[in-house]
Design a protein around this ligand. Structure first.
Ligand code: BTN
Length: 255
């Protein structure tokens, strides 16, 4: 990564041609004591993982499939904040590299262009005594996928940066930008807490202020998302005027 301007993020790098999932590779390194900022990038994943047990399409040479190791000194219940931080970092990096695209964040961390998903984030963590011992942040950016790379039907809700912008993306430049934004925001978070991250997230959100269906493990919630709470949950105004905070859910289409 010739253009890297970070101090620790991406400074230890494993670059693989093919792997099942960069999450698995990095988790092994984490268990062996790898330091914060360690990065695994793969050209292709044969078993890429998405959120909610879904799979993630990761064809060779077409995208950015990578996992970054964090060792945040924070209690386990604050892990959702890091998910939101990752979304802000990624959106800022893409906006910087591709200023013609308007990027919105769908809660908690899908990045959308024109309502279609361009990247996904998956956090997997390990904890000891209710504190995070490490977090494996999986970042998948559909950079240069072409129409024929998408399985039947997926393009109804997903798109690549190349298709959206009309130009091939320089992947190493985008990776460097992501790592730089991520390191900056992570430092800010460690120094000042979640408040500044929360403001940045809210400013880029496409979820707030629109009637939304949220499929939580406890059932469907329909209401108006108003903002985040201190922990990173989504505050939803219900039809009866009361507020409910949702910490884990699938966001359905706005109604
Ligand atoms: C989602 O939106 O469901 C999250 C997708 C996360 C995909 C990335 S690609 C790199 C890393 N390795 C994986 O197996 N998944 C994440």
């Amino acid at each position: 990564l010739p253009k890297l301007r970070t101090t620790s993020f991406g400074r230890r790098l494993t670059l693989l041609d093919v792997t099942d999932s960069t999450q698995n590779e990095l988790r092994k390194l984490a268990e062996q004591g790898a330091p914060e900022g360690t990065l695994v990038i793969a050209e292709q994943q044969t078993n890429g993982r998405g959120r909610m047990g879904r799979s993630w399409v990761s064809p060779a040479g077409k995208g950015i499939w990578m996992s970054l190791l964090l060792r945040p000194p924070v209690p386990l219940p604050l892990a959702p904040q890091l998910t939101l931080l990752a979304a802000v970092a990624l959106s800022r990096a893409i906006a910087q590299q591709l200023p013609m695209l308007e990027i919105g964040i769908k809660w908690p961390n899908d990045l959308l262009v024109g309502g279609k998903k361009i990247s996904g984030i998956l956090l997997e963590s390990a904890a000891e005594d209710e504190r995070l011992s490490y977090v494996v942040v999986g970042l998948g950016i559909s950079a240069n996928l072409d129409v024929e790379d998408y399985p039947e039907g997926l393009m109804d809700k997903a798109i690549s940066l190349k298709i959206a912008s009309g130009a091939t993306v320089d992947r190493s430049e985008l990776i460097a930008a992501v790592l730089e934004q991520f390191e900056q925001l992570y430092k800010l978070y460690l120094e000042q807490g979640f408040a500044p991250i929360r403001t940045l997230w809210e400013a880029r959100s496409v979820t707030l202020g629109k009637q939304t269906e949220l499929y939580t493990p406890q059932g469907t919630v329909v209401g108006l998302p108003r903002g985040l709470d201190d922990m990173g949950g989504l505050r939803v105004e219900l039809p009866d005027g009361s507020t409910r905070t949702v910490y884990s859910a699938e966001v359905g289409s706005g109604t």
